[in-house]
Design a protein around this ligand. Structure first.
Ligand SMILES: Cc1cc2nc3c(=O)[nH]c(=O)nc-3n(C[C@H](O)[C@H](O)[C@H](O)COP(=O)(O)OP(=O)(O)OC[C@H]3O[C@@H](n4cnc5c(N)ncnc54)[C@H](O)[C@@H]3O)c2cc1C
Length: 454
């Protein structure tokens, strides 16, 4: 029998997608997805489900249902463990796929797109309903922050019969799903569709309201039985080198903001049109900045990374079924631009108050026996200037949450500056603010775990 191969090209053609802000991925039909799901061998120990997925999604079970053409059953299966497959089906790095047994001598089963297909079919068929709330238990909860952790906690609590109010300081619900991840990875109507169902289930959303500023933490403690902090990690890591104050040097989230919100535009200074863009930071956020620069018609875009280039294939330091340390090439890298590794930024070149480039030097890395970078060493004589009209800092988040609010609630921060909750007073912390900047799926899984214990 002919072996079914994993579909390689999941994106719309580059020339088409860079001209719009619509989702970069193709929508797959049943005829594409059903054979893909049938590649799942339902192996004896499904690492995708346990070691891979933080939500413990029943991946082999929903693959089997899809392979049998029973999408309703697949939807019912996925609904047992996950509330929002439409988010993870679009943006999850698919930890399940990296732990798929087929990886051992073939390519992983295409799980993420299957998940998206199941939930989009479910919406199209009218199967997705508002969450069913249990009998009211007479207790109230304030959820502070409406990112994936806040939404997941709100729904899980509502299902248990709590009266839930979500406070969000931004004008709209969604956290980084809306104000970080660009529209071309997650169309914002997908968030609105889900929030409408949550509202129907009786969850109250109060936007444009910052707790600790517009409403005091004291008020929240007095008026609610429980408080769920889901405030994310709002502080981006900065690059405090000479010249940082120059015009034209921006944090990634400021630069990305307009890209995430169709119909809204960023101030002109954030627009990359005709500019030589330098992105400092080689992670996912930096990749999205590459995508934005290309969509806006930049003259050139270069992404630099301090760390060395990871190996093309799984490093021995991360054997299967671990999440592999290896080179990742995102949708944006297929769209254009260049990447460089081992680059240390020393100072900004400033002309008339505006950035004109960055002074950099090459670093070599001492490596561990298993090929992990241990210690950087600057290489004398490799100093150079990278010219740029716009520099974007995409170097992750410090993990320092809103200290004012944490103090007002008399909570503590760990040395990693994640929030230490105080369940004895009914105060819980979930998502990135509790665990450090991570992933949508982990933010949701953290809420699932905490609410599950209530
Ligand atoms: C550019 C970018 C791209 C990313 N891409 C991906 C990806 O492709 N896949 C993936 O899995 N992850 C991705 N991530 C990471 C992911 O978005 C986060 O891990 C996730 O959103 C964290 O969820 P959260 O609910 O804990 O926090 P957040 O999403 O940060 O939400 C916190 C919310 O709390 C609100 N808030 C804060 N303080 C207050 C207050 N005092 N009062 C009221 N509201 C408050 C904030 O306004 C915000 O809406 C990306 C992140 C960025 C920045």
């Amino acid at each position: 029998m002919e072996q079914i191969q994993r579909i390689q090209d999941v994106y719309r053609p580059v020339e088409e997608r860079v001209k719009d802000v619509n989702e970069v991925e193709r929508a797959f039909a049943a005829a594409d997805i059903i054979p893909q799901a049938s590649r799942c061998s339902n192996c004896g120990i499904p690492f995708c489900h346990g070691a891979g997925c933080p939500l413990f999604n029943l991946v082999p079970e929903f693959n089997a249902a899809v392979a049998a053409g029973d999408i309703r059953k697949a939807y019912d299966t996925i609904s047992k463990t996950a509330f929002y497959p439409e988010f993870t089906g679009r943006v999850c790095p698919a930890l399940c796929e990296s732990s798929c047994t087929r990886n051992l001598n073939d390519e992983a089963v295409m799980v993420r797109q299957t998940e998206k297909f199941i939930i989009e079919t479910a919406f199209a068929e009218g199967w997705v309903e508002q969450p069913q709330a249990a009998e009211p238990n007479g207790k109230s909860v304030a959820v502070i922050g409406s990112g994936p952790a806040g939404l997941y906690a709100a729904e899980a609590l509502r299902r248990k019969g709590y009266a839930v109010t979500v406070y969000e300081k931004r004008p709209k619900v969604g956290g980084l799903l809306r104000y970080g991840i660009p529209n071309w990875k997650l169309d914002k109507s997908v968030i609105d569709r889900r929030v409408a169902l949550l509202e129907k289930a009786g969850i109250k959303f109060v936007c444009s309201t910052e707790i600790g500023k517009d409403i005091s933490a004291e008020y929240i403690k007095r008026n609610f039985d429980y408080v769920f902090l889901a405030i994310g990690t709002p502080n981006a890591r900065d690059l405090k080198i000479p010249g940082r104050e120059a015009e034209g040097v921006y944090l990634a989230l400021d630069f990305l903001h307009g890209a995430s919100l169709p119909g809204e535009t960023n101030p002109e200074r954030f627009n990359a049109k005709g500019k030589r863009v330098l992105i400092i930071g080689g992670g996912d956020t930096g990749n999205d900045c590459v995508g934005k620069s290309i969509r806006e018609g930049c003259k050139s875009v270069l992404q630099v990374e301090f760390m060395p280039q990871p190996p093309e294939t799984r490093s021995p330091s991360t054997p299967w079924p671990d999440w592999p340390y290896m080179l990742r090439t995102s949708y944006a890298h297929h769209e254009g631009g260049e990447r460089r590794w081992n680059v240390s930024s020393k100072s900004f070149v400033v002309k008339d108050g505006h950035v004109a480039g960055v002074n950099v030097v090459k670093v070599d890395w001492e490596m561990s026996p298993l090929g992990r970078p241990l210690k950087p060493v600057e290489v004398p004589g490799t100093e150079e200037v990278i010219e740029a009209d716009l520099v974007v800092l995409a170097m992750g988040f410090t993990g320092v949450p809103a200290e004012g609010l944490v103090n007002d609630l008399q909570l503590q921060l760990t040395p990693r500056t994640a929030i230490i909750p105080d369940p004895s007073r009914g105060i819980y912390a979930v998502g990135d603010c509790a665990n450090g900047a991570s992933l949508v799926v982990r933010a949701m899984a953290s809420s699932k775990q905490v609410v599950g214990k209530l």
